[in-house]
Design a protein around this ligand. Structure first.
Ligand SMILES: [Zn+2]
Length: 112
């Protein structure tokens, strides 16, 4: 597992800070991702290149947008997010439905 924050121009553009969060379904608590959030502000979208775990979601950004699945909770059925291109950065993301995910700050080396 990669225990380092990803660091690049996109992170620098957001002030250089980064935090790791565990994201889970706000309705039933099912765990979704370990996600690196760069910079301050609310979580409106997930950039696919910032998902650190689980493995099956790491590297999703390499797929064509049309092949990226809608994000829903397999346990309770809640719709979490829709794949979308974030045009200002030409970066693939999940646009989140408001309040769909709960976030908890975790250590960089936390087990998924
Ligand atoms: Zn759920």
């Amino acid at each position: 597992m990669n225990m380092q924050f990803k660091s690049d121009k996109k992170r620098e553009d957001r002030g250089g800070g980064a935090q790791m969060f565990e994201l889970s379904c706000s309705k039933c608590g099912t765990k979704f991702f370990h996600y690196q959030k760069d910079g301050p502000g609310p979580l409106l979208r997930l950039y696919l290149d910032r998902i650190h775990a689980p493995k099956k979601y790491v590297g999703l950004q390499a797929r064509p947008l049309k092949d990226i699945m809608v994000l829903d909770c397999k346990k309770c059925g809640r719709l979490i997010g829709m794949p979308a291109m974030y045009k200002p950065e030409k970066r693939k993301s999940y646009r989140l439905f408001e309040g769909a995910l709960s976030k908890k700050r975790i250590r960089l080396d936390a087990e998924f």
